[in-house]
Design a protein around this ligand. Structure first.
Ligand code: UDP
Length: 312
């Protein structure tokens, strides 16, 4: 039986990944310090004999007995609101945490997969963003704590690959949404859905002309899995190339919730990227992967999740 260590395994993406690998017959060691993760996300797995939860901050040394075949490093605050609230923890988990996760992968001779991000492209000057684009990042701005930590994480992952021969993968994850996001996580989709469902105004930052491309969680983890079992060591974008303005997203959410909420505009966060869209040619070519869930379908599922969690 293959054993996978998933750091951040109780988080939004980490818990869906735990589900996917568990269903595929892996034994899962899920590690999380629960600062932004939630034990509720993995509650259904806790009773399974092939699932183990360890509460640990991966910024500290990781000690595990027995074999590990895969290390998937997903621990990190990932919402702009969260990494502004936990700037030092974000820098530490991306740097020291990645070092520790690489260290255990090396000690166990395991394959390593890094959850990187479209934030490595910063406020991009190229659209869509291909993996060869080096980005436009402000190292000292408030988002720098996440962007630079993830850029460091990519650099140290490649160094372990080149100098220690570690079998590594780097997924550059673009905006992802779906059930298990926290209602107060601060990101656009949970904010808009929860505001629409509770009749509050939808808070659009700036004019709402900035663009994003939203990938549904089942598509995303499917892509991550394909990358994990591939032989590709250089970064691969995983995301949905359906680029839209925030105002278009708001219209979809208002229509699908049937909400009578109004829109209010608030100031745009510092260094908020004006455009973002993944070029997924590489994932299509190498992994034979592309997303299949369209925005209306994914938003409907997410609305159903928030409806039950807001009332439940
Ligand atoms: N945004 C917004 N209203 C909100 C939350 C976010 O207009 O209540 C905007 C935000 O400024 C950004 C986009 O939505 O332009 C996506 O933000 P999110 O926090 O989801 O993630 P990001 O892509 O910035 O990492």
């Amino acid at each position: 039986m293959k054993v996978a260590l998933i750091t951040g395994g109780a988080g939004f993406i980490g818990s869906h990944l735990s589900d996917l690998l568990f269903e595929k017959g892996y034994r899962i060691i899920c590690m999380d310090n629960l600062i932004t993760g939630n034990i509720e996300n993995i509650k259904h797995l806790l009773k399974e004999k092939n699932f183990e939860f360890i509460k640990h901050n991966v910024t500290g040394y990781i000690k595990i007995k027995g074999k590990i075949d895969y290390v998937l490093h997903f621990a990190s605050p990932a919402s702009p609101a969260d990494y502004l609230k936990f700037p030092i923890q974000t820098l530490k988990v991306g740097s020291l945490g990645t070092h520790n996760a690489l260290g255990i992968a090396k000690a166990k001779d395991a394959k390593f997969l890094l959850a990187s991000t479209s934030e490595v492209y910063g406020d991009p000057l190229v659209n869509p963003q291909p993996e060869r684009y080096w980005g436009n990042v402000n190292p000292i701005g408030p988002r720098g704590v996440y962007d630079e930590a993830k850029r460091f994480a990519e650099a140290i992952t490649m160094a372990y690959h080149r100098y220690h021969g570690l079998d590594t993968r780097i997924a550059r994850i673009f905006n992802t949404y779906g059930p298990r996001m926290r209602k107060n996580d601060g990101r656009a989709i949970p904010n808009f859905i929860c505001q629409a469902l509770s009749g509050k105004p939808l808070t659009v930052y700036g004019k709402g002309r900035q663009t994003r491309s939203f990938c549904y969680i089942s598509d995303l983890v499917g892509g991550i899995y394909k990358l994990l079992v591939s032989n590709e060591h250089s970064p691969v974008n995983i995301g949905n190339p359906n680029e839209m303005s925030l105002l278009s997203l708001v219209k979809i959410i208002i229509s699908l919730t049937g909400s009578r909420s109004k829109i209010v505009h608030a100031s745009l966060p510092i260094d908020d990227p004006k455009i973002r869209c993944p070029d997924i040619s590489k994932a299509k070519r190498l992994l034979f992967w592309k997303p299949t869930v369209d925005i209306e379908e994914g938003v409907k599922e997410t609305i159903a999740f928030f409806k039950s969690s807001l009332t439940g």
